[in-house]
Design a protein around this ligand. Structure first.
Ligand code: NAD
Ligand code: MG
Length: 401
């Protein structure tokens, strides 16, 4: 008799479904209706797009920030003949992350707002596909402790960390030195201002900062890429994900964004992961891990790429990278403060209240004023975050145009 094993559809919650990573995730999911079913979609703005996504993917739940928006969306969903239930706010986000029926949570909310919902998924022992690097940067030790406690499976979506994950041996959790890893080489494109004359950085606009040469992303991470704070946050992220010391992670500028990162072993072997710069590759990798599925990404054409370049980062040009390294060394509340000050500064830059180089000035000032303290619980993390935001806003009220 032909006995076939029919596996259950994986139920997936996408936090931040209306964003760049959220949409790429839904593109991959839609290619594999035999494997994945959307359980919940969440949005914050662009709620008409959330409605369209609900019509396309028929989730059990949708989550929006406020009651009024929820009522509007609920009516529209009903009119479209859908049974999707609309939940509200952080409580709703945590509920769809921890629901007993959910297998996988894609953490693709931007910024500190993603921390509690992502931790709810961690505490519930889910498979978590982490794009929301800010959550891990803010609360690294507590986050990783919670992962170990619940047995959650944490898989990186950030392209660099997904690349590192693919180049690591399966048992890397034993410790990098135990598995013969010398260091991690974290690649960075250098962003749109890699070669801009330093004096011109005073005058660059938000749109110029968001015009990334290789990747199409949300505006906050695009500005982070232009300042290289993104790479700083990623260095901290890599330390937590792979239990590395900051000095074991080296940032390498690689303008083509074809090598997504590398792992350097003690025997001199260096393993790299390559691919077109398209988030659907790391998303498909993490969704199906340890299997492989089609992502819709075109095969890499090495003849068209022809060459791969590398250079050391210039910390004078990119002071945010230095500030992030210092925060990584200081540990404790420093990364949460760095992240919070950066979020306020980037928002102010996008609103044209400050100039691009002032992003680093704000962060540097906040970090020099606020003392680094131990963070033994989540309250302490949010306390550091709140303090840093207040100091950054003070700076703005004194100096912004
Ligand atoms: P985005 O701005 O395109 O999308 C952000 C999503 O978060 C949206 O769905 C938005 O509605 C939601 N959101 C925003 N503020 C919220 C709040 N206060 N509460 C609840 N939801 C909120 O951003 P993105 O580019 O998709 O990035 C998302 C995360 O993934 C970021 O942490 C980013 O650093 C990380 N990441 C992105 C990429 C990329 O290619 N875009 C690559 C690697 C990592
Ligand atoms: Mg990245």
């Amino acid at each position: 008799m032909d006995v076939r094993f029919v596996s259950r559809l994986q139920q997936v919650t996408v936090l931040g479904a209306t964003g760049s990573v959220g949409l790429s995730t839904l593109d991959v999911i839609a290619r594999h209706p035999d494997r994945y079913q959307v359980f919940a979609l969440t949005g914050f703005t662009r709620l008409s797009e959330l409605l369209a996504l609900c019509v396309r993917h028929t989730p059990r739940f949708a989550v929006v920030p406020q009651e009024a928006a929820a009522r509007g969306l609920q009516d529209d969903l009903r009119a479209a003949g859908l049974a999707t239930r609309v939940l509200v706010g952080e409580e709703g986000l945590c509920q769809v992350s921890a629901d007993a029926e959910v297998d996988t949570v894609v953490a693709a909310i931007v910024g500190a707002a993603g921390l509690r919902p992502t931790l709810a998924a961690v505490d519930a022992g889910k498979k978590i596909l982490l794009a929301n690097k800010e959550a891990l940067v803010m609360s690294g030790a507590l986050f990783m402790q919670a992962v170990r406690k619940s047995g959650a499976v944490l898989l990186p979506l950030d392209s660099e960390h997904n690349a590192i994950f693919q180049c690591m041996p399966g048992d890397f959790a034993r410790g990098l030195s135990q598995v013969g890893v010398r260091r991690i080489l974290l690649t960075a494109s250098g962003g749109p201002f890699r070669q801009t004359p330093l004096a011109e950085l005073e005058h660059v606009s938000p749109d110029q900062a968001c015009a990334h040469p290789n990747w199409s992303m949300g505006r906050k991470i695009s500005v982070d890429s232009a300042s290289m704070m993104n790479k700083g946050l990623e260095l901290i992220e890599a330390c937590w994900l792979f239990d590395a010391r900051p000095d074991q992670v080296e940032v390498v500028i690689h303008p083509q964004s074809v090598i997504h990162s590398l792992v350097d072993y003690v025997d001199g072997s260096v393993l790299a992961q390559l691919g077109n710069p398209d988030m659907r590759t790391p998303i498909a990798n993490a969704l199906a891990w340890p299997e492989r599925i089609d992502s819709g990404v075109a095969p890499l054409d090495l003849f068209a790429i022809a060459r791969l370049d590398f250079q050391a980062p210039d910390e004078q040009r990119f002071p945010c990278l230095r500030l992030a390294k210092e925060a990584a060394q200081a540990g404790n509340s420093a990364p949460a403060m760095l992240n919070a000050a950066n979020e306020v500064a980037v928002a102010a830059f996008l609103e044209r209240r400050i100039r691009f180089p002032q992003i680093a000035s704000i962060i540097e000032d906040v970090l020099s004023i606020e003392p680094v303290v131990a963070v033994n619980d989540l309250d302490a993390v949010f306390e550091a975050d709140t303090q840093a935001r207040a100091l950054a806003r003070d700076w703005l009220s004194r100096n912004a145009r």
